[in-house]
Design a protein around this ligand. Structure first.
Ligand code: DC
Length: 222
């Protein structure tokens, strides 16, 4: 199986670029952020406090009460929490914040590790996340780190949320982007960082098409 690992901060364009590349080359696109978001949603819905002090209870609840599944409908990833498709419900600012918090907990990362590895072992994948090249797939065939300036990433995220009808300001989204950048890069467990053997792509000045075709060429050249 061929495994491509894509990591980078929120709003760098990773997921849309990875999804389109995967479609062009016939790979499966795996958005691992959806897994952390689903764990967070599960806790929010069940009144489970997401704080480091409550890590043991969170880990037990995930192990015992959460069945998490990824599936594909018309090539699009869908994520299921105990059989319910939550693909849309996990895309709110509230869940984004909770996902960033829950992803700092080592036992949550451990809980999600084997699911991610087993998908990669069975499929040609482009897997997108924060620690794919560093922790989940250290032997990936190709590792990419995609980034862009924070203001540009916030604007992209803002446009996405507004398009979904959410009532947010650009200022709020920039604060949230900076907060998540800080959390994601400063956590002790599997912090967001570029793998030594990853290729850096800064999309600040690149169009979507330029990024996709550049990345597709890189993958095909391997
Ligand atoms: O990519 P995203 O915005 O959907 O990710 C949601 C949160 O999950 C993000 O704050 C960081 C975390 N995450 C992670 O720690 N590791 C991953 N592989 C993917 C996401």
């Amino acid at each position: 199986m061929i495994n491509v690992a894509i990591d980078g901060p929120v709003g760098a364009g990773k997921s849309s670029v990875a999804r389109e590349c995967a479609r062009r080359i016939g790979f499966i696109y795996v958005d691992t952020g959806a897994l952390y978001r689903s764990c967070a949603l599960f806790c929010l819905r069940n009144g489970i406090d997401i704080s480091p002090d409550n890590e043991n209870a969170i880990a037990a609840a995930l192990e015992e009460r959460l069945e998490l599944k990824l599936d594909r409908i018309d090539g699009e990833q869908h994520v299921y929490v105990n059989g319910e498709d939550v693909s849309d419900d996990i895309r709110t600012l509230k869940v984004s914040k909770a996902a960033s918090d829950i992803s700092a907990l080592p036992s949550v990362r451990k809980y999600l590790l084997s699911l991610q590895r087993s998908i990669a072992a069975e499929n040609n994948v482009i897997m997108d996340g924060r620690d794919i090249g560093t922790v989940i797939l250290p032997n990936a065939d190709l590792k990419i780190f995609i980034t862009a300036k924070p203001e540009i990433r916030a604007k992209r995220r803002y446009d996405e949320l507004v398009a979904k009808g959410q009532n947010v300001t650009l200022g709020e989204v920039l604060v949230e982007v900076n907060r998540r950048d800080y959390n994601d890069t400063h956590r002790k467990e599997a912090p967001l960082k570029q793998a030594e053997d990853a290729i850096l792509i800064d999309t600040s000045e690149l169009s979507f098409e330029e990024t996709v075709s550049g990345l597709t060429e890189l993958i095909m050249s391997r």
